[in-house]
Design a protein around this ligand. Structure first.
Ligand SMILES: O=C(O)CCC(=O)C(=O)O
Length: 229
């Protein structure tokens, strides 16, 4: 993995008010380039690491199969999804939420170590995520502009890992509407959505189906690591 830790931030020098502050400041984050407050690590995972992560994810999906969620309004989402971790993200008529069980009633598999290593390298916090949401984009799948706001505490970042086909990712604002900026996310890219950008609207307009050979039948996997509870 081409993971490089940056020097410890100045925050470590300030007086910590509680153990949680100390935990948050303990882990120096790798550097990346910033796009509207989202920190992008282009190509952080090399092809061998991407392939190994896909192998781990096949194990997760075998234990917690992908399912097609419905919005609370009863509309099917075009992405299929599943999760790993203590909780998984689900959506149905009862709303968006984190749940301790897969819709078929079984616990979610643990988050693979290789995936947690990415969080440790870039998140810059001492706490580990308790959810890894796995989105699968087949041809034509997209994700509308939304905020990630089902988590208990927005102070924790969300870390996104892209695998497979390229995706046109759009970043907006904390408030609805206004100008947006788009960028292509490629296989192996890692992005940190934190700080003031944590509640920015974002979405995927489309994928370039077949642009990567990582998945044997093409498509895209996106992982988002979240501290949900
Ligand atoms: O697929 C992506 O890059 C974004 C996924 C996302 O926004 C989400 O899961 O909330």
């Amino acid at each position: 993995m081409a993971l490089q830790a940056a020097p410890a931030p100045a925050a470590t020098e300030k007086v910590m008010e509680n153990a949680e502050d100390a935990e948050r400041a303990r882990a120096p984050a790798a550097r990346g380039r910033e796009v509207r407050g989202f920190v992008l690590h282009d190509g952080l995972l090399d092809p061998a690491e991407q392939a190994a992560m896909m192998e781990d994810l096949r194990g997760v999906i075998a234990g917690a199969p992908l399912f097609s969620p419905m919005t609370p309004h009863g509309k099917p989402m075009s992405v299929r999804m599943t999760s790993a971790g203590a909780v998984g993200w689900v959506s149905d008529r009862r709303g968006y939420r984190y749940a301790p069980l897969h819709p078929r009633g079984t616990p979610w598999p643990p988050i693979p170590e290789r995936v947690l290593a990415v969080w440790r390298a870039v998140a810059g916090v001492g706490r580990l995520p308790d959810c890894c949401l796995i989105n699968f984009y087949a041809e034509g799948a997209r994700m509308g502009m939304h905020q990630d706001r089902d988590e208990a505490d927005f102070a924790w970042p969300v870390v996104s890992i892209s695998l497979g086909d390229e995706a046109l990712f759009r970043i907006g604002n904390a408030a609805r509407g206004g100008s947006t900026e788009s960028l292509w996310l490629r296989s192996g890219d890692v992005m940190v959505m934190g700080g003031a950008a944590r509640l920015a609207h974002h979405g995927v307009d489309r994928i370039a189906f077949g642009s990567s050979t990582l998945l044997p039948r093409a498509g895209r996997i996106n992982l988002t690591l979240r501290v949900a509870l």
